[in-house]
Each structure stands twice: as C-alpha cells, then as structure tokens.
Design a protein around this ligand. Sequence first.
Ligand SMILES: Cc1cc2nc3c(=O)[nH]c(=O)nc-3n(C[C@H](O)[C@H](O)[C@H](O)COP(=O)(O)OP(=O)(O)OC[C@H]3O[C@@H](n4cnc5c(N)ncnc54)[C@H](O)[C@@H]3O)c2cc1C
Length: 358
Amino acid sequence: METLDYIVVGQGIAGSCLALELLDRGAKLRIFDESWRDAACLVAAGVINPITGKRLVKSWRSGAAHPYAKKYYGALEGRFRAKFYSDKRILQLCRSEEERELWLSRAALPDYAAFAEGPNRAGAFPLLNDSEGSYFITHSAWVNAAELMSSFKRFFLSAGALAEGAFDFSKLSLSGSLLEYSGVRARRIVFCDGWRAVKNPFFSWLPYRPAKGEIITVKSDAEIPPYIIHRGNWLMKCGHDTFRAGSTWDRENLNADTSRKACCELLKAAENMFREKHSFEVVGQSAGIRPCTATTRPHLGAHPADSRVLSFNGFGSKGYALSPYFARHFCDWLCGIAELDAEADLSRHVKKFYRRGV
Ligand SMILES: Cc1cc2nc3c(=O)[nH]c(=O)nc-3n(C[C@H](O)[C@H](O)[C@H](O)COP(=O)(O)OP(=O)(O)OC[C@H]3O[C@@H](n4cnc5c(N)ncnc54)[C@H](O)[C@@H]3O)c2cc1C
C-alpha cells in the first residue's frame, strides 16, 4: 500500500493553495476532489478588495495577506504559464451623502489613507451614476478564477497528485497509527471541502453559516472606465461587450440552482450604475456556496479528538484573497514553526460547540 504524508479533500482555492505549499515543502500527498457544482471557487468574482462592507472597514488580515497574494499569483503565472492576476482599482460610486461622509472619515485615518483615493466630484464619470461622488479603492486586484483553477487542476493531474471523485467518509479508517483510505495510507488528512463542511462528520459542529451567491454575465453596449465598478454590487468588463455583475447573498437556498430573483436583482443593480438607460442581455448565470463562518474567520487546525484530522476551511467570501497567505501559515504551523493565528484557530470553538465522541 502506498504511504503518503497527506490526503487533501477538496481542490477548491483553499485545497489548491495548501496542496501546492505542501508539495513545495516535499510532502507526498493525494487530493480527492469531486468538482461539486455548488463549489464557490469557479463562480467567484476573484476580487481582492482591501476595504469592504457597508461600514467600509479594512478586510481582516489584508495587510499581510493581500501583498502576499500579489506576489504568490505573480509567481504562479510564471510557473503555470498562464495569465490570471491583474492589479485593478475599484471605483466606488457613493449611494448617499452618508456613504460619502463615512468614506471621508475613513480616508482621514492613517491606516486607510494608502487604500483610498479621492473623493472624485459628482459628475467626474459622465457615463456613470456618480451623482453623490465617488472614490477609488487602491491596492485591489482581480484574479481570473476559472483560468487559475484550471491551471491548478492541470498541474495536480500532471503531478499525479489529484484523484477525481467524491471522498467517501465511510471508507476512511483511523484505527491504525497511519490512517487508511482507498488503497493509501497517510499520516494526516486535511479537509478543504468548502461549505460541505456542514455535512462533514468531523467538522460539522463548527459554526458555519454558508451563503449562496449568484453572478450574471451580460452583453451590453454600455461603456465603463477600466475599473471594477462598485455601487452596492459590482460590475466588471470581461470582454469586448461583455460584463460580469454580482453578487447576491442567500443563506436559505443552499443549492447551485440559479434563480430569476437573483438575476433581476443583479440586472437592476447593473442598470443603476449608469446615468443613461442601457440594454443588458443576460448570456450566463451561475451560483455557488461560500463557506462562511459565524465569526467571519476561517476554521483552521486539528480535530479535538484526533490531531491527524485537520481543517483548512471557512474562507467565506475571501478565499482568493486569503488562501495563499494562510496556506503558508498553516504549513508553518504543521511544521511546528508557528502558532496558529488565534482568531482562525478552530480550537477557540471547542468549548462552546464540540460534543465529545463526534
Ligand atoms: C458569487 C460568489 C462571489 C465570490 N467572490 C469572491 C471574490 O470576489 N473574492 C474572493 O476572494 N472570494 C470570492 N468568493 C468566495 C470564494 O469563492 C470562496 O472563499 C472560496 O471558493 C472558498 O474556497 P474553498 O476551496 O474553501 O471552497 P470551494 O471553492 O467551495 O471548494 C471546495 C472543493 O471541495 C470539493 N469537495 C467538497 N466536498 C468533497 C468531497 N466529499 N469529496 C471530494 N471533493 C469535495 C468541492 O468539489 C470543491 O472543489 C465568492 C464566492 C461566490 C459564491
């Protein structure tokens, strides 16, 4: 029987970054991935945004994780001979006087000044609905998720590290000193199974709050400046007359079905970004489920009853921004040269949520 260091379950963006980091450190591993239709990684917008949310706050750990992601994806482009990373500013159109005031107060803070530029006066972008003014978020970027994920897949397949198919929990044996699964022995197993952690017998007790998100692709004669345009939702040019618009949030309907409701919501948001009326023809729509958590922090670390069973998951709506940095961090922890980030360490949830014997 083949003996490995790791089994990795899930080849989303989290599992891919982790597996690559482990391989680069000399580990022997096998990834099992089912390519579930509801996985978040293929649907994602791939935006790396340092200032997010209604309250315009700095994204958690963006100070370390975003510069690392830029270097990481740049190096990966060379290695995979593919293009999937671009620095791209976000043009934030203010929706109200309050939003403009909030932004002005944020931009005055030393921590935020480097990430916010403006304000741009109302009417500075004559094609857009910028009647309340606008501003730029800088140090933002766009990752072409489909291109990156197919490059990762090609790489793992050619390295003989990827087995395509569902991971069957009933076939995992933990009784020996090495765990056994489907003809291989391994020292450890890492679950990077995205929102499906809610059905994972080892980690479903963790406080996940998955959220479905939908994105539409439209054709239009509208013109936009070369930025990611944000006004509650976002709009991005992705071809000569083609745009992507997203994203919705739905915590009730956790499936990969696209809905008319989401399509209408996104079309309306896209129309509202322009001063004049434009026609939009919907040519695509997709849905995925984000592995969000109750604390908005990832769930990293070992199962409380078996330290060989690990979780590298819970990256919520920020998997592309955070996975490269946390893959390195997690490997440093596995090698015993770093403590887990206390906010992401899943052991903080044990007392409240874990029931022994699970
Ligand atoms: C609409 C939308 C927009 C988004 N926009 C952004 C954005 O702009 N920027 C950003 O950084 N993030 C964004 N995200 C979030 C991002 O997609 C997620 O954070 C990221 O995909 C999480 O990565 P993951 O690898 O943990 O999970 P996933 O991407 O869900 O991957 C999990 C993988 O595990 C596999 N798997 C699960 N269970 C099993 C099993 N039992 N056996 C075998 N394989 C299994 C699945 O098939 C899948 O391939 C967005 C998400 C959505 C839905």
